[in-house]
Write a protein that binds this ligand. Structure first.
Ligand SMILES: O=C(O)CCC(=O)C(=O)O
Ligand SMILES: [Fe+2]
Length: 341
């Protein structure tokens, strides 16, 4: 069972039972997190081919991106069965005996399959309460060999969530007034990169002393998240942390740093973090879409021309951005901040 992870150190590293946060910013000092009125996007209206309803959803998407950088997606077309199968496959992986999965432990940050504890334990004073398995699934598809169902399930799940994310991205770029040609030139979505991450946050005896994952933004364009029944995600909204209670069978979507770059700062990546629970194991499955690793994303030229705005960001190869983010301590928007002009 995954709940045994805290005791067994099943992902390869033991958590200290007398956990003391080595990073003072890890301590949960402000837990007064309100429940937010998070925008809800009905995906079926974006993809049903009726221009009027699509235009309405594009407007709603634009508003959600401008106001929150975060929204819930319902009627997304990914079946309950597929979601459950993906959840089971990750749990099956974490439940493997150490010798069946430890080959993925402690690999280099850009390796196609990497398992670990915390975020990047080589640069942290104290671990965050999280085990993860991170897999690059597009343009090249990778999968652990065990459990045997993992390959088929993850290929299917990656394909469906990639379609969902790309359609949402097109809607979002549409809301900025970018035409299809400019979108293609800017982001080359056919060769987009996609990672699939399974996060397991075992019950923590002192949830006030650490985070599952601390405040950060994601590097890519768009992140699509599903979770088990245990909430814990918080997002920053107008300077305050908001607790996210996920609707059943929904996806939670957040904008990443490269959306902030391509939109020249109009749609900001959202800071988020995950709390741990002292009773329940939380599982989240994240799939993040970015440009291809060779692409250098810059603010869209038509946005600069239209508003006569100077570019707010320099470009950098996406692969270099991700490598830098994964090799550093996870701290808010520190990597994106380097690119501000
Ligand atoms: O588990 C969560 O809710 C958030 C995970 C996350 O932010 C990430 O993997 O980047
Ligand atoms: Fe994240």
């Amino acid at each position: 069972m995954v709940t045994e992870i805290a005791d067994s150190g099943a992902a390869g590293t033991y958590f200290p039972s007398d956990y003391i946060a080595g990073d003072p910013s890890a301590v949960v000092t402000d837990d007064s997190c309100a429940l937010g009125d998070i925008p809800i996007i009905d995906f079926s209206f974006l993809s049903n081919g009726i221009p009027e309803t699509r235009a309405e959803i594009v407007r709603e998407l634009g508003q959600a991106c401008e106001e929150w950088g975060f929204f819930t997606v319902v009627n997304h077309g990914v079946t309950e069965e597929m979601r459950a199968a993906m959840m089971d496959a990750f749990v099956g992986f974490f439940d493997l005996a150490a010798e069946e999965k430890d080959e993925y432990l402690g690999r280099r940050v850009m390796d196609p399959i990497r398992m670990g504890t915390s975020f990047n334990s080589t640069v942290e004073d104290a671990p965050y309460w999280r085990h993860f398995l991170k897999i690059w699934v597009h343009p090249l598809f990778h999968s652990p060999t065990k459990p045997t169902v993992f390959r088929e399930v993850s290929e299917d799940y990656a394909k469906h969530t990639r379609y969902l994310a790309k359609e949402l991205l097109k809607g979002i770029l549409d809301s900025l007034g970018l035409g299809e040609k400019e979108m293609e030139e800017a982001l080359d979505l056919d060769s987009c990169s996609q990672v699939l991450v399974g996060n397991i946050y075992p019950p923590c005896p002192n949830p006030e002393l650490t985070w599952g994952i601390p405040s950060h933004s994601d590097p890519g364009l768009l992140t699509v998240l599903m979770q088990n029944e245990t909430d814990g995600l918080q997002v920053m909204h107008h300077g305050k942390w908001v607790c996210v209670n996920a609707l059943p069978n929904s996806f939670l979507v957040n904008l990443g740093d490269h959306m902030e770059i391509v939109s020249n700062g109009r749609y900001k990546s959202v800071l988020h973090r995950a709390k741990v629970d002292n009773q329940n194991t939380r599982i989240s499955i994240v799939t993040a879409i970015g440009p291809s690793l060779d692409t250098v994303v810059v603010p869209a030229p038509s946005l600069l021309q239209r508003g006569n705005h100077p570019a707010a960001f320099r470009g950098i190869k996406y692969g270099d951005f991700v490598e830098h983010q994964q090799s550093s301590r996870l701290k808010e928007k520190s990597v994106l901040d380097h690119l501000r002009v």
